[in-house]
Design a protein around this ligand. Structure first.
Ligand code: FAD
Length: 456
């Protein structure tokens, strides 16, 4: 029989339960990716996607298959392809995002009318995010008990890639749908490829390299100047590697870094759990107390933040790393998010939107979780009154200013003390804002007043 395999955010061959099932169920497969965002402009993650699909096409060809990249609306393309090829089933990995899942349900109904089954497998996550898990039948709002309940279920062992793929080609009439993703012009993504290589092989290499220094992870993961974290986030987002594989490799490796790393994988699962139980949290405050906040509208300040020109070195360094690499260190993500949503007082959703546009690991579930956590409006959130002081954070986590100097050439000559807060002594060098756009003490006081007023 014939089957259709529709790649989405599972751009890998190894440990892909949906692909394995498709191979088992059919004599021959048609492998497709449907690009639905051709007209939607350009984000960083799309630049990643383009290279990831290239890598996947090479890997697929190596075992005798062929990947077809098509452009169009999947709700039309997929049923049309199934009908034109006589496929019995369409195989996918579940995306675990409520809107995307609702769409799959619609698509399943449309396919069923033509006698075709949509087979969804799990593989993106280790915990079914729709399960409640807790004994009291309301979903967890706090991470630690969630992890404790979820973790015993993370048991399955990663499986090998298929050795060969028996494929059939696109039917005549459908060839017009073939497309290639265009490269951005001008090539603002140039800096990305100094640091990143999309694709399954690169993801596995990244994991292996990281595990070599896993012992240092707990002690160094908060230091943005040191490459101590795995940098697996874009690979995990696009499914170039399964979380189960990362988990399994870390457990085999063992040692003092394992638990911390496993817990971080757990945060990723928690992000999906929260998104599935509270789908509105992508736009609405999880905590309604925040609905009354009078957020500021200040386009100039927002733009200064986006461009890394706030005058606060750690914030600016982070925003410039984001623009250059399409990624930012987790500690710095917290600091820039806090400066925007607390000191500047702009709604967290504006910052979240910029992150979705500029991150190669942009992920609806985890980005929402991160922003609401920092803003204080989310589940298991930082208490509102705990406002990150970006200078204290900078002195503590980048004491020698290595990270700051890497991203802020204007400040390179300042000594290790002055570089964290150049306005304090002697002023900022020419070319760098002379003062923070929002003073740290005033911004903090205003943030606290804003919340107090909202709860009146
Ligand atoms: P590691 O420390 O090596 O962790 C391993 C993996 O665990 C990561 O690849 C990631 O999948 C997961 N993970 C680690 N920390 C977190 C976390 N706090 N929340 C959820 N998962 C986590 N992560 C994204 O993948 N996409 C996003 O869009 C995103 N937006 C964020 C926005 C804000 C404001 C904040 C504070 C955090 C955000 N994060 C996001 C979480 C985190 O910053 C990144 O996952 C992490 O920096 C990726 O680097 P790494 O792979 O080296 O992490």
């Amino acid at each position: 029989s014939r089957g259709l395999f529709w790649f989405r955010r599972d751009l890998r061959l190894a440990d892909n339960p949906a692909l394995e099932r498709a191979c088992r169920s059919h004599d021959a497969l048609l492998l497709v990716y449907v690009d639905e965002a051709a007209d939607a402009g350009f984000d960083a993650s799309r630049a990643w996607l383009r290279r990831s699909l290239d890598a996947l096409a090479v890997d697929v060809a190596r075992i005798g298959g062929r990947l077809h990249v098509l452009a169009g609306d999947a709700e039309q393309v997929i049923p049309a392809l199934a009908a034109a090829t006589g496929a019995e089933a369409v195989h996918v990995s579940a995306l675990h995002e409520p809107d995307a899942d609702a769409r799959d349900a619609r698509l399943a109904r449309a396919l069923a009318r033509g006698g075709v089954v949509l087979r969804r497998s799990a593989g993106r996550l280790m915990t079914d995010p729709e399960m409640v898990l807790s004994k009291v039948s309301t979903p967890y709002r706090v991470f630690t008990p969630f992890l404790k309940a979820a973790r015993p279920g993370w048991r399955y062992r990663p499986r090998a890639a298929p050795r060969r793929l028996a494929c059939f080609g696109l039917p005549e009439g459908m060839q017009r749908l073939q497309a290639t993703l265009a490269a951005p012009a001008p090539d603002w993504d140039r800096g990305f490829w100094e640091t990143w290589t999309p694709g399954e092989r690169a993801a596995q290499q990244r994991l292996e390299r990281f595990l070599e220094h896993l012992d240092d992870y707990p002690g160094q993961r908060d230091r943005p100047a040191i490459d101590a974290t795995s940098r697996l986030s874009p690979h995990l987002h696009f499914g170039e590697i399964s979380p189960a594989r990362a988990l399994d490799a870390a457990l085999r490796r063992g040692g003092p870094g394992t638990d911390k790393f496993v817990a971080e994988l757990g945060w990723r699962e928690f992000g999906y759990y929260v998104l599935n139980h509270w789908p509105h949290s992508t736009t609405d405050n999880f905590n309604p107390r925040f609905d009354g906040i009078a957020w500021r509208r200040d386009e100039a300040a927002l733009e200064a933040w986006r461009r890394g020109r706030t005058g606060v070195p750690l914030v600016d360094a982070g925003m410039r790393q984001l623009w250059h690499e399409g990624w930012m260190h987790n500690r710095v993500r917290m600091v820039v998010a806090s400066y925007l949503s607390k000191h500047i007082g702009i709604h967290w959703a504006s910052g979240a939107a910029w992150f979705m546009h500029t991150l190669v690991d942009a992920d609806l579930a985890n980005n929402t979780l991160g922003w609401q956590w920092v803003a204080g409006s989310g589940v298991d959130a930082a208490p509102y009154h705990r406002v990150f002081n970006p200078v204290t954070q900078s002195r503590r986590f980048d004491p020698e200013g290595v990270y700051l100097r890497r991203w802020l050439p204007e400040l390179r000559r300042l000594d290790d003390d002055r570089i964290h807060a150049p306005w304090e002594k002697g002023g900022a060098p020419r070319g760098y804002p002379s003062r923070p756009i929002v003073d740290l003490a005033e911004g903090r006081a205003e943030a606290l007043q804003r919340l107090a007023r909202a709860s009146d």
